[in-house]
Design a protein around this ligand. Structure first.
Ligand SMILES: [Zn+2]
Length: 431
């Protein structure tokens, strides 16, 4: 509908503006999606098998590299969901979670049998706090259990991931010993979670850089970050981890996950894409499918996406303030750093008419609806929109049509009362 926006913006705006020198080919980052495991285990986000299958299809469309489908030992329904996803979804690697116990790993392997390509993801805490308070295990027992689990998992698949739970609060020396040992035992991906979302970005970058430098066989495995969002830093920490040498990020659609959630897939992907000048990395994600995946997840879990959520929130490309609307109508780059269609959002919902709107936006919307208006009509319609906006959040197209019709009916246009001249642009916040 709002055709005047099309092709007015490109990702490489900054580059073509001469801000940056040409980049070499960006390094490929593996996207490990845990929407159906870490996300699904959060309160209010549990899904039945058909819902999980629907989300798995959306994740496939999205182009995730690894799809963690569940934790099969947790329940028969979990195991069944993994089995059905492994049977139907063939492009991504299908992963299943398992503790280091034999029965967990065997159940994961059984559930993954129909998969074209499968990964067993086994995990064990390595911090003294978790070992002593939760697992009642010594460090030596932890090390032996991790090695045995990886060796057992390798009997079922040659793609094995080991996660050192609470890695960021683990003794560095011991953590390095565990990592070296599991890689020697056949682990191909080493995931070091910031389980409690405690890290800061610079600390997290240094954490990975130090570990990769210290572990002698680090080059035999891909390092992975799994950041939680307790301080709202999950995406920032994941990006910092990439700068520290990580080549896999674990994330979820809408950032769902335990407590405050995981790193948000859509934010990570778009940060890498929009700021490729500072972050020379890319993913295989089909970004125009982001919004649909987000909406589907919200629908099947009955959990709304917050309006101002980056990338997929309904306000992330919406403008109501008159000064902003005027800027966007003249050149979208004034207030947008990416195009809505690049993440699958609708261009037509961009300008929201309400009490902060400007005359320019009201006129444009009327024209898009097929009305050719005189200067006086625009003034009257603008005033009516502002007035109606006092009573409701947004003015829909049908509201606007009614206003235009009323204004064009002489007897009821304005009752003959003199009207002040409206601001040409409108108000709202400028910064
Ligand atoms: Zn987690």
């Amino acid at each position: 509908m709002w055709l005047f926006f099309v092709n007015n913006y490109h990702f490489d705006f900054y580059r073509t503006s001469g801000y940056n020198s040409p980049m070499s080919t960006p390094a490929r980052i593996v996207v490990f999606d845990t929407t159906l495991r870490d996300g699904e285990q959060a309160p209010g986000f549990s899904m039945d098998v058909p819902a999980k299958l629907a989300v798995a299809r959306a994740l496939d469309t999205l182009g995730v590299d690894i799809l963690e489908a569940g934790f099969p030992i947790a329940s028969p329904a979990d195991a069944e969901a993994v089995r059905q996803i492994a049977g139907e979804i063939k492009r991504p690697v299908i992963a299943a979670l398992a503790r280091t116990r034999r029965q967990d790993i065997e159940e994961a392997a059984r559930s993954l049998e129909p998969a074209e390509r499968s990964r067993i993801h086994t995990f064990l805490a390595t911090s003294d706090l978790h070992l002593q308070a939760k697992l009642r295990m010594t460090r030596e027992e932890c090390l032996a259990s991790a090695i045995d689990a990886v060796k057992l998992a390798r009997q079922f698949t040659d793609d094995v991931e080991f996660s050192a739970e609470d890695a960021t609060r683990s003794d560095r020396e011991f953590l390095c010993r565990v990592i070296e040992s599991v890689i020697r035992a056949g682990c191909t991906t080493v995931n070091l979670p910031d389980t409690v979302g405690y890290a800061t970005p610079d600390e997290h970058r240094d954490f990975f850089a130090e570990i990769i430098a210290r572990v002698p066989n680090a080059d035999k495995a891909i390092f992975s970050a799994h950041c939680h969002n307790d301080l709202g830093l999950a995406v920032a920490n994941s990006l910092a981890a990439i700068q520290g040498g990580v080549r896999q990020v674990e994330c979820s659609v809408n950032g769902i996950g335990e407590r405050a959630g995981n790193a948000s897939l859509e934010e990570l992907v778009m940060a890498l894409r929009v700021r490729s000048d500072r972050l020379p990395y890319d993913t295989g994600i089909n970004s125009p499918a982001l919004f649909a995946a987000s909406q589907l997840l919200s629908e099947v879990t009955s959990e709304p996406v917050q309006a101002n959520k980056a990338i997929v929130g309904r306000n992330s490309f919406a403008h109501e303030a008159g000064i902003h609307q005027d800027g966007v109508l003249k050149d979208v780059r004034t207030y947008e750093i990416m195009r809505p269609e690049d993440v699958g959002q609708s261009v037509s919902s961009r300008l929201v008419l309400g009490r902060h709107s400007g005359r320019h936006a009201v006129q444009s919307r009327c024209e898009a609806l097929g009305f050719t208006l005189s200067h006086e009509e625009v003034d009257q319609i603008y005033r009516a929109v502002i007035s109606l906006g006092e009573h409701r959040k947004a003015i829909a197209d049908n509201d606007l049509r009614r206003i235009v019709e009323r204004v064009r009916t002489p007897a009821t246009a304005n009752g003959g009362a003199p009207m002040p001249q409206p601001e040409a642009v409108g108000y709202g916040h400028g910064v």
